[in-house]
Ligand binder design. Structure first.
Ligand SMILES: [Fe+2]
Length: 340
């Protein structure tokens, strides 16, 4: 079995082809994937799918403009069969914009539990990530920080670092707290937490982890896998050393977000697309995607020593659908509280 990777770079998009030997004929079945998951390791999973099914996977990864913008622009002419996106808000947005079409399958019913799929069948989660806190034990008392609401404590004045408001990860976190705590409590939490913020707001979770490690901040909010990757040395030894200085605090219960996939509205290879989505959501596919990225699969936990070190987690009761539903509300609350 051999992968043929052909780079056809057009603007910010790269196309990669995953073939099996048996699928090199002209009439080969094919599935075209638009992916917002920027992980090279996903390619191993596509290759495995191609090997097992003989279906060729054509992968288009966006590095510049968003996939959603591209799909909107392409309209009916779009070649996309499967759309993969990270974050509840992004996938819900794609559904709201009519870029996805509903479908049902027994395998997906079994492998994706209720809270991780759209009730209309427009998208299904594939991997999970936990929004955790990273703290510097030399600066803050980590025993006093257990939940996101603890970041509102006046003792943390000038010690909280946050990613910018435009990050869907934080929008989903605020939507999550809105569902769990209601508007009044969420507003109070946001106002107090924002008054504790040490500016500037960060463009990414890695920057926050570094700043906490360096003592520029006492505590921040990040997705767990960024810290795990740093600990594993994926970003080099400097980041590895920094990550070793921070303490990961997983709230109990925790806010869980996902990466998810759906069938494109104008998919021409519908059958192949559903087969691929079924594969990605299966225990084999989900673990294949989540293992090397330090995410968690749909069921069970990432087994790397780096992630295991964070302890397990108990997801709260908020569904991915609800995170998308209250995304606009969350952005509004964040703006009003002064989250930049
Ligand atoms: Fe991420």
């Amino acid at each position: 079995m051999k992968r043929i990777a052909g780079f056809i770079s057009s603007l910010a998009f790269a196309t990669l082809l995953f073939n099996s030997v048996s699928s090199l004929r002209a009439n080969t079945r094919e599935v075209r994937v638009y992916s917002g998951r920027h992980y090279n390791t996903d390619r191993q999973v596509f290759k495995k799918f191609a090997d097992e099914t003989g279906i060729r996977v054509r992968l288009i990864e966006a590095t510049g403009i968003s996939l959603i913008e591209r799909l909107k622009r392409e309209g009916k002419k779009s070649k996309a069969d499967v759309i993969l996106l990270v974050d509840a808000a992004r996938i819900s947005n794609a559904a709201k914009l009519g870029l996805l079409q509903p479908y049902r399958s027994n395998k997906l019913e079994v492998n994706v539990s209720k809270e991780y799929k759209d009730s209309q069948g427009r998208w299904y989660a594939l991997t999970r990530r936990v929004r955790v806190m990273v703290a510097n034990p030399k600066i803050v008392d980590i025993n006093k920080i257990n939940s996101y609401s603890d970041l509102a404590d006046p003792s943390l004045k000038g010690l909280v670092c946050l990613r910018k408001r435009n990050s869907p990860y934080n929008q989903s976190l605020v939507a999550n707290q809105f569902v769990l705590r209601g508007e009044k409590e969420t507003k109070t939490w946001l106002n107090k937490m924002i008054s504790n913020v040490s500016e500037p707001y960060f463009p990414g979770d890695i920057g926050i982890t570094r700043a906490v490690a360096q003592g520029k901040c006492g505590v921040g909010i990040v997705n767990h896998y960024y810290v795990a990757r740093m600990l594993a040395g994926v970003n080099g030894t400097k980041d590895k050393k920094l990550a070793q200085r921070v303490e990961v605090i997983t709230p109990n219960p925790a806010h869980v977000n996902v990466s998810a996939g759906g069938l494109a509205r104008y998919a021409t290879n519908k059958k192949e697309a559903i087969e691929l989505l079924e594969f990605l959501a299966s225990p084999e596919g989900s673990t294949g995607l989540a293992g090397p990225t330090y995410e968690h699969p749909l069921k069970g936990f990432n087994q790397s020593p780096e992630v295991k070190r964070f302890g397990g987690f108990t997801p709260d009761t908020v569904s991915i659908y609800q995170l998308g539903k209250y995304n606009a509300k969350a952005i509004n609350l964040m703006t009003k509280a002064g989250w930049e």
